[in-house]
Design a protein around this ligand. Structure first.
Ligand code: AMP
Length: 131
């Protein structure tokens, strides 16, 4: 069965899409740690990030860098934190999170409740950085 992220990439379930390349896809995390929390995934479904083959892994990292730069322009922050967990969704993904301190990267803390309009507006503003 396809992962939830494959379904998002294929447009079978909705997402707050930011941008895509030939091989990768970026969309907002639905339960964000911070405003602008974005997931970057390879279109090819591979569970564990270190099982992604080298060329695609490089694509993913360079894609994440571009998306990170777009986040910085839209969401004021000191840095964009980068992390990989992958315990919940078995489709490799990188979390990009606008941060101002170490506690902003604490995945154990309660997630933000952003409404649909806010998420949609954020995704739109980030997407516009690629035009
Ligand atoms: P992990 O696999 O532990 O790195 O966590 C998976 C992440 O995917 C979590 O931060 C979830 O909030 C996020 N997530 C799960 N389902 C969706 C979805 N349908 N759209 C956007 N983000 C999602």
């Amino acid at each position: 069965m396809s992962s939830i992220f494959t379904k998002i990439i294929n447009g079978e379930i909705p997402s707050y899409k930011v941008v895509e390349s030939e091989t990768c896809f970026a969309f907002l995390d639905i339960n964000p740690l911070a405003k602008g929390h974005t997931l970057v995934v390879p279109k090819k479904e591979v569970d564990y990030i270190f099982d992604v083959e080298d060329e695609l892994y490089s694509d993913l990292m360079l894609f994440a860098k571009k998306v990170g730069k777009a986040i910085e322009k839209v969401v004021p922050c000191e840095r964009v934190g980068v992390t990989v967990i992958g315990l919940e969704v078995p489709h490799a993904h990188i979390h990009l999170i606008p941060i101002n301190g170490i506690s902003d990267m604490n995945f154990a803390k309660p997630k933000l409740a952003l409404d649909k309009d806010e998420l949609s507006e954020l995704a739109k503003r980030m997407a516009s950085e690629f035009r």
